[in-house]
Design a binder for this molecule. Structure first.
Ligand code: PEP
Ligand code: MG
Length: 323
Protein backbone atom coordinates (compact mmCIF):
# COMPACT_ATOMS: atom_id res chain seq x y z
CA UNK A 1 0.00 0.00 0.00
CA UNK A 2 2.82 2.39 0.93
CA UNK A 3 4.39 1.91 -2.48
CA UNK A 4 1.07 2.64 -4.17
CA UNK A 5 0.66 5.82 -2.13
CA UNK A 6 4.18 6.97 -2.97
CA UNK A 7 3.29 6.90 -6.67
CA UNK A 8 0.61 9.50 -5.98
CA UNK A 9 3.06 12.05 -4.54
CA UNK A 10 3.19 14.19 -7.67
CA UNK A 11 -0.28 13.28 -8.91
CA UNK A 12 -3.26 15.58 -8.84
CA UNK A 13 -6.12 14.83 -6.46
CA UNK A 14 -8.99 13.66 -8.66
CA UNK A 15 -12.07 11.52 -8.19
CA UNK A 16 -12.69 8.41 -10.29
CA UNK A 17 -14.84 10.51 -12.65
CA UNK A 18 -12.22 13.24 -13.00
CA UNK A 19 -13.37 15.89 -10.54
CA UNK A 20 -10.36 17.82 -9.24
CA UNK A 21 -9.96 18.75 -5.59
CA UNK A 22 -7.02 20.11 -3.58
CA UNK A 23 -5.31 18.30 -0.71
CA UNK A 24 -3.21 20.49 1.52
CA UNK A 25 -1.29 20.13 4.74
CA UNK A 26 -1.82 21.54 8.22
CA UNK A 27 1.38 22.97 9.69
CA UNK A 28 2.46 24.72 12.87
CA UNK A 29 5.94 26.03 12.05
CA UNK A 30 8.07 26.74 8.96
CA UNK A 31 9.96 23.52 9.78
CA UNK A 32 6.85 21.52 8.83
CA UNK A 33 6.94 22.68 5.20
CA UNK A 34 9.42 20.00 4.14
CA UNK A 35 7.14 17.23 5.40
CA UNK A 36 4.22 18.78 3.55
CA UNK A 37 6.19 18.91 0.28
CA UNK A 38 7.55 15.38 0.75
CA UNK A 39 4.01 14.07 1.15
CA UNK A 40 2.72 15.77 -1.99
CA UNK A 41 0.79 18.67 -0.45
CA UNK A 42 -0.86 20.86 -3.08
CA UNK A 43 -1.23 23.72 -0.60
CA UNK A 44 -0.98 24.63 3.04
CA UNK A 45 -4.64 24.66 4.06
CA UNK A 46 -3.92 25.68 7.65
CA UNK A 47 -0.85 27.32 9.12
CA UNK A 48 -1.60 27.48 12.85
CA UNK A 49 0.28 30.73 13.45
CA UNK A 50 -0.20 30.59 17.22
CA UNK A 51 2.78 28.26 17.44
CA UNK A 52 5.03 31.19 16.54
CA UNK A 53 3.72 32.87 19.66
CA UNK A 54 3.84 29.76 21.85
CA UNK A 55 7.42 28.89 20.88
CA UNK A 56 8.64 32.32 21.93
CA UNK A 57 9.29 33.86 25.35
CA UNK A 58 7.93 37.22 24.26
CA UNK A 59 5.61 38.54 21.58
CA UNK A 60 7.23 37.71 18.23
CA UNK A 61 8.20 40.92 16.41
CA UNK A 62 6.78 41.90 13.04
CA UNK A 63 10.07 41.00 11.39
CA UNK A 64 10.30 37.58 13.05
CA UNK A 65 6.80 36.80 11.86
CA UNK A 66 7.45 38.18 8.39
CA UNK A 67 10.47 35.87 8.06
CA UNK A 68 8.43 32.85 9.15
CA UNK A 69 5.53 33.56 6.75
CA UNK A 70 7.92 34.32 3.89
CA UNK A 71 9.83 31.08 4.52
CA UNK A 72 6.62 29.06 4.38
CA UNK A 73 5.30 30.68 1.23
CA UNK A 74 8.65 30.40 -0.54
CA UNK A 75 8.98 26.78 0.61
CA UNK A 76 5.64 26.05 -1.05
CA UNK A 77 6.87 27.57 -4.34
CA UNK A 78 3.82 29.65 -5.15
CA UNK A 79 1.23 27.14 -3.95
CA UNK A 80 -1.40 28.66 -1.72
CA UNK A 81 -0.65 29.05 2.00
CA UNK A 82 -3.64 29.77 4.24
CA UNK A 83 -2.43 31.40 7.44
CA UNK A 84 -4.78 31.52 10.36
CA UNK A 85 -4.29 34.51 12.63
CA UNK A 86 -3.41 33.80 16.25
CA UNK A 87 -5.72 31.28 17.93
CA UNK A 88 -4.67 31.69 21.55
CA UNK A 89 -6.95 30.92 24.46
CA UNK A 90 -8.98 27.78 25.04
CA UNK A 91 -6.24 25.31 25.91
CA UNK A 92 -3.41 27.41 24.39
CA UNK A 93 -1.71 29.90 26.69
CA UNK A 94 1.08 32.48 26.35
CA UNK A 95 3.34 33.07 29.37
CA UNK A 96 3.82 36.74 28.42
CA UNK A 97 0.14 37.51 27.81
CA UNK A 98 -1.62 36.88 31.09
CA UNK A 99 -5.33 36.26 30.56
CA UNK A 100 -7.96 36.09 33.27
CA UNK A 101 -8.76 32.61 34.59
CA UNK A 102 -12.06 31.44 33.19
CA UNK A 103 -14.69 28.87 34.12
CA UNK A 104 -15.08 27.79 30.47
CA UNK A 105 -11.95 28.66 28.48
CA UNK A 106 -13.26 27.08 25.27
CA UNK A 107 -16.30 29.34 25.48
CA UNK A 108 -14.29 32.31 26.61
CA UNK A 109 -11.75 34.82 25.59
CA UNK A 110 -9.85 33.27 22.70
CA UNK A 111 -8.72 33.64 19.07
CA UNK A 112 -10.31 36.53 17.14
CA UNK A 113 -11.89 37.75 20.38
CA UNK A 114 -8.42 38.47 21.75
CA UNK A 115 -7.14 39.85 18.44
CA UNK A 116 -9.98 42.37 18.17
CA UNK A 117 -9.37 43.70 21.67
CA UNK A 118 -5.54 43.59 21.47
CA UNK A 119 -5.28 45.41 18.18
CA UNK A 120 -1.60 46.17 18.62
CA UNK A 121 -0.83 42.44 18.54
CA UNK A 122 -3.31 41.82 15.72
CA UNK A 123 -2.08 44.66 13.52
CA UNK A 124 1.54 43.54 13.94
CA UNK A 125 0.61 40.07 12.73
CA UNK A 126 -1.40 41.42 9.79
CA UNK A 127 1.45 43.67 8.65
CA UNK A 128 3.86 40.73 8.75
CA UNK A 129 1.43 38.64 6.71
CA UNK A 130 0.77 41.39 4.17
CA UNK A 131 4.48 41.99 3.65
CA UNK A 132 5.05 38.25 3.16
CA UNK A 133 2.17 38.11 0.67
CA UNK A 134 4.44 39.76 -1.91
CA UNK A 135 6.54 36.55 -2.02
CA UNK A 136 3.92 33.94 -2.88
CA UNK A 137 0.25 33.13 -2.59
CA UNK A 138 -0.83 33.82 0.98
CA UNK A 139 -4.43 33.81 2.15
CA UNK A 140 -5.46 35.00 5.60
CA UNK A 141 -8.22 33.56 7.73
CA UNK A 142 -9.66 34.48 11.10
CA UNK A 143 -10.36 31.83 13.76
CA UNK A 144 -13.52 31.51 15.88
CA UNK A 145 -15.70 33.94 13.94
CA UNK A 146 -19.20 33.82 15.44
CA UNK A 147 -20.87 36.83 13.84
CA UNK A 148 -20.92 38.94 10.68
CA UNK A 149 -19.75 41.96 12.71
CA UNK A 150 -16.62 40.17 13.92
CA UNK A 151 -15.64 39.23 10.39
CA UNK A 152 -16.27 42.74 9.10
CA UNK A 153 -14.33 44.30 11.95
CA UNK A 154 -11.33 42.00 11.47
CA UNK A 155 -11.39 42.55 7.72
CA UNK A 156 -11.60 46.34 8.14
CA UNK A 157 -8.47 46.29 10.31
CA UNK A 158 -6.71 44.20 7.68
CA UNK A 159 -7.76 46.61 4.92
CA UNK A 160 -6.54 49.54 7.01
CA UNK A 161 -3.09 47.98 7.44
CA UNK A 162 -3.00 47.05 3.77
CA UNK A 163 -3.79 50.63 2.69
CA UNK A 164 -1.10 52.01 4.99
CA UNK A 165 1.51 49.62 3.62
CA UNK A 166 0.57 50.39 0.02
CA UNK A 167 0.73 54.14 0.69
CA UNK A 168 4.18 53.66 2.23
CA UNK A 169 5.30 51.93 -0.97
CA UNK A 170 5.58 48.45 0.54
CA UNK A 171 4.90 45.58 -1.82
CA UNK A 172 1.86 43.49 -0.86
CA UNK A 173 -0.55 41.21 -2.70
CA UNK A 174 -3.38 43.68 -3.22
CA UNK A 175 -5.84 40.86 -4.01
CA UNK A 176 -5.00 38.74 -0.99
CA UNK A 177 -7.89 36.40 -0.12
CA UNK A 178 -9.49 36.88 3.28
CA UNK A 179 -11.55 34.06 4.73
CA UNK A 180 -12.67 32.60 8.00
CA UNK A 181 -12.74 29.42 10.00
CA UNK A 182 -16.17 27.83 10.19
CA UNK A 183 -16.02 26.27 13.64
CA UNK A 184 -18.89 27.84 15.58
CA UNK A 185 -22.38 26.46 14.98
CA UNK A 186 -23.94 29.96 14.86
CA UNK A 187 -21.65 30.84 11.95
CA UNK A 188 -22.36 27.53 10.21
CA UNK A 189 -26.10 28.27 10.38
CA UNK A 190 -25.54 31.82 9.10
CA UNK A 191 -23.12 30.74 6.37
CA UNK A 192 -25.27 32.22 3.57
CA UNK A 193 -24.80 35.70 5.04
CA UNK A 194 -21.12 35.27 5.93
CA UNK A 195 -20.42 34.01 2.41
CA UNK A 196 -21.16 37.47 1.05
CA UNK A 197 -18.17 38.89 2.95
CA UNK A 198 -15.59 36.10 3.19
CA UNK A 199 -13.55 35.01 0.16
CA UNK A 200 -13.53 31.42 1.46
CA UNK A 201 -14.45 29.24 4.40
CA UNK A 202 -12.31 26.65 6.14
CA UNK A 203 -14.35 24.21 8.22
CA UNK A 204 -12.72 23.49 11.58
CA UNK A 205 -14.47 20.29 12.52
CA UNK A 206 -12.42 19.81 15.69
CA UNK A 207 -14.20 22.74 17.25
CA UNK A 208 -17.39 22.61 15.17
CA UNK A 209 -18.13 19.11 16.49
CA UNK A 210 -17.26 20.00 20.08
CA UNK A 211 -19.50 23.07 20.06
CA UNK A 212 -22.36 21.41 18.15
CA UNK A 213 -22.50 18.38 20.42
CA UNK A 214 -21.59 20.40 23.55
CA UNK A 215 -18.88 17.80 24.18
CA UNK A 216 -15.36 18.93 25.13
CA UNK A 217 -13.00 17.62 22.44
CA UNK A 218 -10.47 16.53 25.09
CA UNK A 219 -12.76 14.99 27.70
CA UNK A 220 -12.86 11.17 27.67
CA UNK A 221 -16.02 11.09 29.77
CA UNK A 222 -18.01 12.63 26.91
CA UNK A 223 -15.98 11.38 23.95
CA UNK A 224 -18.87 9.08 22.93
CA UNK A 225 -20.73 12.27 21.96
CA UNK A 226 -17.87 13.54 19.82
CA UNK A 227 -19.38 12.20 16.57
CA UNK A 228 -17.95 13.40 13.25
CA UNK A 229 -20.49 11.18 11.45
CA UNK A 230 -23.53 12.47 13.29
CA UNK A 231 -26.02 13.60 10.61
CA UNK A 232 -26.32 16.97 12.38
CA UNK A 233 -22.67 17.65 11.59
CA UNK A 234 -23.08 16.54 7.98
CA UNK A 235 -26.05 18.92 7.64
CA UNK A 236 -24.00 21.84 8.97
CA UNK A 237 -21.16 21.02 6.60
CA UNK A 238 -23.60 20.83 3.70
CA UNK A 239 -25.05 24.23 4.58
CA UNK A 240 -21.58 25.76 4.74
CA UNK A 241 -20.52 24.35 1.38
CA UNK A 242 -23.75 25.20 -0.45
CA UNK A 243 -23.84 28.72 0.98
CA UNK A 244 -20.29 29.43 -0.15
CA UNK A 245 -20.79 27.95 -3.60
CA UNK A 246 -23.90 30.08 -4.15
CA UNK A 247 -21.67 33.13 -3.73
CA UNK A 248 -18.94 31.67 -5.91
CA UNK A 249 -16.60 31.11 -2.95
CA UNK A 250 -14.51 28.01 -2.19
CA UNK A 251 -14.58 25.84 0.92
CA UNK A 252 -11.85 23.89 2.65
CA UNK A 253 -11.86 21.67 5.70
CA UNK A 254 -8.89 21.69 8.05
CA UNK A 255 -10.22 19.71 11.02
CA UNK A 256 -9.37 16.04 11.55
CA UNK A 257 -12.58 15.01 9.74
CA UNK A 258 -11.04 16.00 6.39
CA UNK A 259 -8.85 12.89 6.60
CA UNK A 260 -11.45 10.55 8.10
CA UNK A 261 -11.95 7.70 5.61
CA UNK A 262 -15.61 7.39 6.68
CA UNK A 263 -16.29 11.04 5.95
CA UNK A 264 -14.25 11.66 2.80
CA UNK A 265 -16.89 10.00 0.55
CA UNK A 266 -19.57 12.30 1.98
CA UNK A 267 -17.33 15.36 1.61
CA UNK A 268 -16.69 14.47 -2.03
CA UNK A 269 -20.45 14.16 -2.47
CA UNK A 270 -21.04 17.56 -0.88
CA UNK A 271 -18.51 19.16 -3.25
CA UNK A 272 -15.83 20.19 -0.74
CA UNK A 273 -13.07 21.99 -2.67
CA UNK A 274 -10.05 21.61 -0.42
CA UNK A 275 -9.00 19.02 2.18
CA UNK A 276 -6.28 19.95 4.65
CA UNK A 277 -4.70 17.52 7.08
CA UNK A 278 -1.51 16.35 8.74
CA UNK A 279 1.05 15.63 6.05
CA UNK A 280 1.10 11.87 6.59
CA UNK A 281 -2.61 11.59 5.75
CA UNK A 282 -2.35 13.28 2.33
CA UNK A 283 -1.41 10.28 0.20
CA UNK A 284 -3.91 7.84 1.79
CA UNK A 285 -6.71 10.38 1.24
CA UNK A 286 -5.60 11.09 -2.34
CA UNK A 287 -5.68 7.36 -2.92
CA UNK A 288 -9.19 7.05 -1.45
CA UNK A 289 -10.56 9.97 -3.49
CA UNK A 290 -9.28 8.32 -6.67
CA UNK A 291 -11.71 5.46 -6.08
CA UNK A 292 -14.82 7.62 -5.54
CA UNK A 293 -17.37 8.64 -8.16
CA UNK A 294 -18.50 12.18 -7.35
CA UNK A 295 -22.07 11.66 -8.63
CA UNK A 296 -22.54 8.46 -6.62
CA UNK A 297 -21.12 10.26 -3.59
CA UNK A 298 -23.57 13.14 -4.15
CA UNK A 299 -26.38 10.57 -3.89
CA UNK A 300 -24.75 9.20 -0.72
CA UNK A 301 -24.48 12.67 0.82
CA UNK A 302 -28.11 13.34 -0.02
CA UNK A 303 -29.15 10.06 1.58
CA UNK A 304 -27.19 10.84 4.75
CA UNK A 305 -28.69 14.32 5.01
CA UNK A 306 -32.26 13.18 4.45
CA UNK A 307 -32.34 9.71 6.03
CA UNK A 308 -29.58 9.17 8.58
CA UNK A 309 -30.64 9.46 12.21
CA UNK A 310 -27.41 8.40 13.90
CA UNK A 311 -23.67 8.29 13.49
CA UNK A 312 -23.82 4.49 13.06
CA UNK A 313 -26.38 4.79 10.28
CA UNK A 314 -24.18 7.31 8.48
CA UNK A 315 -21.21 4.96 8.66
CA UNK A 316 -23.32 2.08 7.33
CA UNK A 317 -24.55 4.22 4.43
CA UNK A 318 -20.96 5.10 3.53
CA UNK A 319 -19.96 1.43 3.64
CA UNK A 320 -22.86 0.46 1.37
CA UNK A 321 -22.08 3.24 -1.13
CA UNK A 322 -18.35 2.51 -1.37
CA UNK A 323 -18.12 -1.30 -1.33
C1 PEP B 1 -10.50 23.01 14.18
O1 PEP B 1 -11.05 23.55 15.13
O2 PEP B 1 -11.00 22.07 13.53
C2 PEP B 1 -9.17 23.43 13.74
C3 PEP B 1 -8.64 23.03 12.60
O3 PEP B 1 -8.48 24.27 14.56
P1 PEP B 1 -7.77 23.81 15.90
O4 PEP B 1 -7.74 22.29 15.92
O5 PEP B 1 -6.44 24.44 15.88
O6 PEP B 1 -8.71 24.38 16.93
MG1 MG C 1 -10.39 25.38 16.07
Amino acid sequence: QKAEWAKLKDAQSVTADGKKVTIGANIGTPKDVQGAVDNGAEAIGLFRSEFLYMDSSELPSEDDQFKAYKAVTEGMKGKQVVVRTMDIGGDKKLPYLPLPKEMNPFLGYRAIRISLSHQDIFRTQLRALLRASAYGKIAIMFPMIATVQEFQEAKAILEDEKDKLIKAGTKVDENIEVGMMMEIPAAAVLADKLAKYADFFSIGTNDLIQYSMAADRGNDAVSYLYQPDNPSIVRLVKNIINSAHKEGKWVGMCGEAAADPNLVPILVGLGLDEYSMSATSILPVRSEIKTLDSKKMADLANKVVTESETSDQTIQMVKDATK
